[in-house]
Design a protein around this ligand. Structure first.
Ligand SMILES: [Zn+2]
Length: 232
């Protein structure tokens, strides 16, 4: 179809917006690192966000496997159907309850090797909520008010985490949750879009490998990480 130059310009603007689209960090502790210091950006347990998601296995353009949480649609969800057909063992898991904890990762190391405090989102299971987070919050009064040391033991599916109050002696002066949200210019709703993907049924169908189209290209690849280091 013939389009006006205005419409063409609009398309160009949209392309540029998409090209610059940034992605929030998922919190993780790299191999060989025993612990990290964080500040949870929640005031109490009721601030923890819960979602029902499928964990979808994806392959980046560079051939690296990564995982993406995709929000379950409930009744008639294509990823639920697919998980049932494949016993949850193929590229999408069954739908499971997950929690997302926003935090500042004080031991985040950027691509140039510098330690840079960064806002990250920790996706964990509902079991983690009950058996680790809630347990430690009751064990250590005031845990959510200060720095927290997250310890990691084991690897793969046997990874376990423990939480301890951290002294913060080597860390910047502690601020309130609201101050961190302001200093790091946090737009949580926007960030969550790249932590938990909200897809419609058609987009989900494109994620599912079919005999006729074994390679799926449903949404942008190669997430560009958002680096937010204000206030330090
Ligand atoms: Zn589902």
């Amino acid at each position: 179809m013939r389009i006006s130059l205005n419409v063409m310009e609009e398309h160009l603007d949209n392309q540029n917006t998409n090209a610059n689209r940034t992605f929030a960090h998922q919190f993780f502790i790299p191999k060989g690192v025993p612990s990290k210091n964080v500040r949870f950006l929640i005031k109490d347990l009721s601030d923890v966000m819960a979602f029902r998601t499928h964990t979808v296995t994806r392959i980046s353009k560079k051939g690296k496997q990564y995982f993406q949480e995709v929000s379950c649609l409930g009744d008639g969800c294509p990823l639920c159907d697919y998980a049932f057909k494949t016993d949850g063992k193929a590229s999408s898991s069954y739908a499971r309850d997950k929690i997302v904890i926003p935090l500042i990762d004080f031991d985040y190391v950027d691509s140039e090797g510098n330690k840079t405090p960064t806002i990250s989102y920790w996706v964990r299971s509902s079991n983690f909520y009950r058996n680790v987070l809630a347990l430690y919050v009751s064990k250590f009064k005031g845990l959510l008010d200060g720095y927290v040391e997250v310890n990691k033991t084991g690897t793969g599916v046997n990874t376990t985490y423990s939480l301890f109050p951290a002294s913060g002696d080597d860390l910047p002066k502690l601020k309130s949750v609201d101050e961190y949200l302001k200093d790091f210019d946090v737009n949580m709703e926007e960030d969550l879009k790249s932590i938990i993907y909200e897809l419609n049924a058609e987009q989900m169908n494109r994620l599912i490998p079919h005999e006729s189209n074994e390679v799926e290209v449903p949404f942008e690849e190669a997430p560009k990480r958002r680096v937010s280091t204000h206030g330090f």
